[in-house]
Design a protein around this ligand. Structure first.
Ligand SMILES: *Cc1c(COP(=O)(O)O)cnc(C)c1O
Length: 506
């Protein structure tokens, strides 16, 4: 076997495209995609052949090519399946972090989700004024609700809270100065830095006070004829403790009124119902900021509010109109799914007791620890039961030790950073493989499972796991293959190859 003979074993793309099995794939996935994948695969095969030729191992190369071609059809099908499968899929969040930015922050409740889905495929009255029949405002639909819930005069929403801060500063302080306490020049997760946003807005940052202490007189002394805004930033997941002093919003608003300067508060996480009554303390409440007299308050839609990604702005109408009419508002506007989902979530806030049950973020935050512990026990029992079902009564011992243990969940998203929320975890200690390997396996499943590792055990915090997730976890963890050495493939997901494909005459 010489080099040329070896290369000649690799079929040409256009000849393969006429093969019956390939044609079948083309019928399902389209000629173009199949041709592309074929070219990709054959290119790789030629490259591999080149490596054999480089080592003067043509005979070995020929064997490799022969083996490869025998599995060509399943290989093409596998790549096509992968190409045509969406990559964004739901995951099971066993991390215990309720607002996990990596996992899409707030999951929407059933009603908000189905409203957004229902709206998606239809024409809607998004910007239609029903009375005049003329162009209306897409935010008007939920503005009425935000005003009622927060007590503000006007409300508006943009793409996210970072965009809200940018729009507020651009519309109100561009070309002028915004005064911020040095203790509040923070970076929030994901590279949102107050000084950088300020720069983008065209407002000049006037720092005042010190990192740990800022007094009202510091704000007063920072004022000059250029001053447009006093900006107060909730420091979210960052705390200065010890010898500290800061100015209350009431005091700052009084100074703002006296000097004719607009007071803006970036609250970060917009808590719209007081979770203090559930023992969750230390997070500012939007209604309190409005009542304290802030001119403009902004917060995220998908943090503690529990809605879709959005940056919500509430406050005095004269200031909000300047934002609404600013050209940047057009670039930062929300879409129809967001508007519909946000409206639905806000409808739930009209009845706060109902909101705590219906909005998943609030429900997960306030679920009693005992209830979470019972769910963990239920999962543990369900695993044992399913395993008996799967392997019969004489199934031998489980290849992992499973226990239920106390743990702590976190709100995440910079909210309630000091609250350690008591929870329960199902802890898995595999016997044959490491916990890290189990973690990797679970993370790469078609429906990934995320958890954390503590002392070489994999922990699933049940506070963030739904009933449906629990069913799935029980089925999964009762499979002995999950804990076996070697490579793991999910048995149910494995594609069954038909004899015909294997024996395809290529
Ligand atoms: C989270 C946060 C932001 C950014 O909000 P996004 O909705 O993620 O854009 C801005 N400011 C504060 C204080 C925050 O906590």
């Amino acid at each position: 076997m010489n080099k040329n003979e070896m290369y000649r074993m690799i079929p040409k793309t256009d000849i393969l495209l006429r093969d019956k099995a390939v044609q079948e794939l083309a019928g399902r996935y389209g000629q173009q995609a199949v041709a592309c994948i074929l070219q990709e695969i054959l290119g790789e095969l030629r490259e591999k052949a080149g490596e054999f030729a480089g080592r003067a191992q043509e005979q070995k190369g020929a064997e490799f090519i022969e083996n490869f071609l025998e599995n060509l059809i399943p290989c093409i099908r596998g790549r096509l399946d992968e190409l045509f499968s969406p990559e964004i899929v739901p995951v099971v969040n066993g991390t215990g972090v309720i607002l996990h930015t990596g996992l899409g922050r707030a999951p929407l409740g059933g009603q908000a989700g189905s409203r957004a889905g229902m709206i998606a495929g239809k024409y809607v009255n998004l910007e239609l004024d029903p009375v005049t029949g003329e162009r209306g405002d897409r935010c008007a639909h939920f503005e009425r609700l935000l005003c009622r819930i927060t007590g503000a005069e006007a409300a508006f929403a943009v793409n996210n809270n970072a965009a809200a801060v940018l729009l507020i500063l651009t519309a109100l302080a561009s070309g002028g100065e915004a005064v911020v306490s040095r203790g509040e020049l923070v970076e929030i997760g994901g590279g949102f830095r107050i000084p950088e946003v300020m720069e983008q807005s065209g407002a000049r940052l006037r720092e005042t006070g010190t990192t740990n202490r800022t007094r009202l007189s510091d704000y007063e002394n920072a004022v000059n004829e250029q001053t447009k805004v006093f900006l107060q930033v909730h420091t979210s997941n960052y705390r200065i403790v010890g010898f500290t002093e800061s100015v209350s919003l009431e005091e700052l608003c009084a100074l703002g009124r006296q000097k004719g300067i607009c007071v803006v508060q970036d609250l970060g996480s917009g808590m719209l119902t007081n979770l203090g009554r559930y023992g969750l303390k230390g997070e500012p409440y939007v209604q309190a900021s409005v009542a304290a007299g802030a001119d403009v308050v902004c917060f995220s839609g998908d943090k503690l509010l529990g809605g879709p990604q959005a940056g919500i702005i509430v406050g005095k109408k004269c200031f909000l109109d300047r934002m609404r009419n600013h050209p940047l508002a057009r670039a930062l506007r929300i879409d129809k799914f967001t508007a519909a989902a946000l409206e639905q979530v806000l409808l739930e806030y009209l009845n706060p007791d109902q909101a705590v049950r219906r909005i998943p973020v609030l429900w997960m935050l306030t679920r009693p620890a005992e209830e979470v512990r019972q769910e963990a026990e239920m999962l543990k029992e369900e695993i044992v039961r399913r395993r008996k079902e799967r392997y019969g009564e004489k199934c031998g011992s489980m290849p992992a030790r499973i226990t239920v243990e106390p743990c702590t969940s976190r709100a995440g998203g910079g909210a309630l950073p000091e609250e350690r929320i008591i929870s329960s975890a199902v802890c898995i200690a595999p016997e044959e493989i490491s916990a890290a390997k189990l973690q990797r396996r679970l993370r790469t499943l078609p429906v990934p499972v995320l958890g954390r590792i503590v002392r070489d055990r994999f922990l699933i915090d049940m506070r963030t796991v739904s009933g449906q997730d629990r069913e799935y976890l029980a089925g999964l963890i009762s499979m002995d293959e999950l804990f076996a050495g070697g490579t793991f493939r999910m048995p149910d997901m494995r594609k069954q190859e038909t004899e015909q494909e294997k024996g395809s005459g290529l």
